[in-house]
Structures are given as C-alpha cells and as structure tokens.
Design a protein around this ligand. Structure first.
Ligand code: MG
Length: 365
C-alpha cells in the first residue's frame, strides 16, 4: 500500500520479531527513522547490517512501544501476532495516534482497556478484514439502528468435515488455507474456527454489539467480508477479492478512498457466492469463544492465552488437532472470574492461563 502511494505515505518506524532479512529489505526500500527487533540477537545483526545508515535500531519487546509512540508518526499499523500486541495498541492510543488494528488479540485480551484508552484520545480503525468490512458498512449509519453483525467465515481447510474426520488431520493439512495467505498461528486458528471466535469478541468490543446479536455464517469464497443487518431488515455487505491490502488501505486513507490496491473484483467471473451454517458440533472453539465473551472480565484473555499454548503444541506435534479445543476448554473450566481493570491484571491472567494450559497438555496428549 505504501509503495502505491509514496506521495501520501511515509514509513517512520518498522518493527519485527526476528526476521532480519525481510525487515532489512523493507528498511532499505522505505528508509524509516526507527527500526526495532524483539529478538536481541536479531537486533545486533541488524545493527551490523545497517552500520553507516542514519537509522536508530532498538531491541527487545519495548521496541514496539517506542515505535508506537514515535513523535513523527500519525498512524500505527499493529499487525503483531498474539496478545503481545496489546501494550503497543494502548501506547499508540495514549500518544493520540490513529491505531490501524490488525492485532485482534488487543481486543480479545484487553478490549475494555483499549476502549478506556480510546475515551482519552486517539482513533481506532479495524484492519481485520471482517471488521474493516463492518466499519465500512457502518459509515454514515447510527449505531442504534444496527440489529445484527454477521461475520463471514471461509470455514478454513476443514469446511464440511465431520468431527471424526478432524481427529487425524496433520499440521500440513491444517496450514493449507483455501483462500487467505496468512501466518502459521492465524491459519491454524482459521482451521479450528477459533479465529472466528476471537473475531466475535473483537466485534463485540469494537462495535458495542451484544454477543446475542453477533452471528457467524460460512462463506467459502471469502468475497463477502462481513455484513450488518439493520432494524428494518436491510443488510449491507462489503465485497472484494480476498486481499489484505484493501482493509489496510482503508485504515490508512480513511475518511478518503484512494485508488484500488489490486485488480478490481469482477462479479461475473466469480460466478456464485455460497452461504451456509457453521457446524457448531464440529468446530467447538467457536462456542468456547462465545462462552468466554459472555462471561466477560478476563475470560477472553484466558481463552486467547490457552489457545496460543495449544496451537504452539499442535504445531510442534505434541497434541492432535482436536486437542486444541480440549486444552482451551480445560483452562476455561478452571478460570475463576476476575475483572479486566489493568494491563497487569491481563498479564497475570494470561500467565495463569498459559501455565494451566501447559499442565493440561499432558492430559490431552
Ligand atoms: Mg479476519
């Protein structure tokens, strides 16, 4: 998106976890003032590679906070994976920035804190494609006229499968997403439908809609990115080919619209669009997410942290695919309700959830 609009956008800061090669390529192309790597070794390597250039290189998790409040920036695009994205989200809003939010875990782990920060300043535009679509559908509409939010789900690689068929699936099968090209963690979350569950929670906080009025519908083509139903029964949807450059561009350009970031959607060549019910008995993670959401407080932070542990264990081969939902359920069953009143409380609940989930891994096998 930045490459398409060099006269409008300038990259001020870039951070990564440890991917020095890709970050270096981006740094040489976009020449930011600030570069951060969470990995200390990776940061040392980056310093060697960028020696002689006038670019500040920072290290450790705090580099994300420094980038989020950089005085030269106006917009912070947060695409961190996992709840490690929450502190930079809060920092960006605290510094009065526009937060272009792709990190759904900011809302899942700390939704109430993000909303509190937003009351003080800053602005939030969702980048998650479904929420970007809802944001688009709500432009010029009154919140009180919304009846329902309908999130579309591609269904992932296991759409239409039975529970029995899911029990033996491999990591490779789970990583083969039919429509979206994404990182490993979110691709597994798409296969279990936990990604949709996290998005239900994200939608609840972003748009202030009760869980009873948020629905999920399967839509294998991933062209309708989500819908809003209004009080009078009309529905609005946002459609495009599945490509993250569009929600990113809207979050950067809003309230303007710039030229299309990729080829336009040709309806005739798409042919038909299908919609179907999501099978709640096969994909139990979705139901677990609703349960945590309705419980409120820190239950959603616990759900997310347990899921992070379970997905990592599945990717390492230490539990099977259906073990992911069992780890999450066991952890939620053990959780005692607590309120989401500070970042410290969120971090303590996550730490508890991680160790509880780790304990349950052996049981689940
Ligand atoms: Mg999404």
């Amino acid at each position: 998106v930045v490459s398409l609009h060099p006269e409008r956008l300038q990259v001020v800061a870039l951070t990564a976890n440890r991917n020095v090669d890709l970050l270096e390529e981006q740094v040489r192309k976009y020449r930011p003032q600030f570069v951060g790597l969470v990995s200390v070794e990776a940061a040392a390597e980056m310093k060697r590679r960028l020696a002689g250039l006038d670019i500040q290189v920072a290290e450790g998790p705090d580099c994300m906070l420094e980038a989020a409040v950089h005085p030269s920036s106006q917009i912070v695009l947060n695409a961190v994976v996992g709840s490690a994205g929450l502190p930079p989200s809060l920092a960006a809003l605290g510094a009065g920035k526009r937060l272009a939010l792709a990190n759904k875990e900011s809302m899942v782990a700390g939704g109430e804190l993000v909303l509190k920060a937003l009351e003080q300043g800053g602005e939030l535009i969702p980048v998650d494609s479904e929420h970007g679509a809802i944001f688009h559908c709500l432009r010029g509409e009154e919140a009180g006229e919304v009846e329902k939010i309908i999130l579309t789900a591609s269904g992932g690689p296991f759409y239409g499968k039975s529970r029995k068929e899911l029990s033996g699936v491999t990591v490779e099968q789970a990583l083969a997403h039919p429509t979206w090209s994404m990182g490993r963690k979110i691709t597994i979350d798409s296969a279990t439908l936990m990604n949709k569950g996290l998005e239900v929670i994200e939608a609840h906080y972003l748009f202030g809609v009760a869980y009873e009025r948020i629905e999920v519908v399967a839509h294998p083509q991933s062209v309708v990115h989500s819908l809003v139903e209004f009080k009078d029964g009309s529905m609005s949807a946002q459609l495009s080919l599945p490509d993250m450059r569009l929600p990113i561009a809207l979050a950067l350009s809003y309230p303007e619209r710039w030229g299309p970031p990729f080829k336009k959607t040709d309806l005739a060549s798409l042919g038909s669009l299908d919609f179907d019910e999501v099978d709640p008995d096969t994909f139990r993670c979705l139901e677990l997410a609703y349960r945590a959401g309705k419980e409120g407080g820190l239950a959603t932070a616990v759900l997310n942290a347990a899921n992070e542990v379970a997905v990592a264990a599945f990717l390492e081969g230490s539990i099977d695919f259906l073990g992911i939902e069992r780890v999450v359920e066991i952890t939620l069953d053990r959780y005692e309700p607590q309120t989401m009143d500070s970042l410290q409380a969120v971090m303590r609940a996550e730490e508890w959830a991680r160790s509880t989930a780790e304990d349950s891994l052996r049981k689940v096998g």
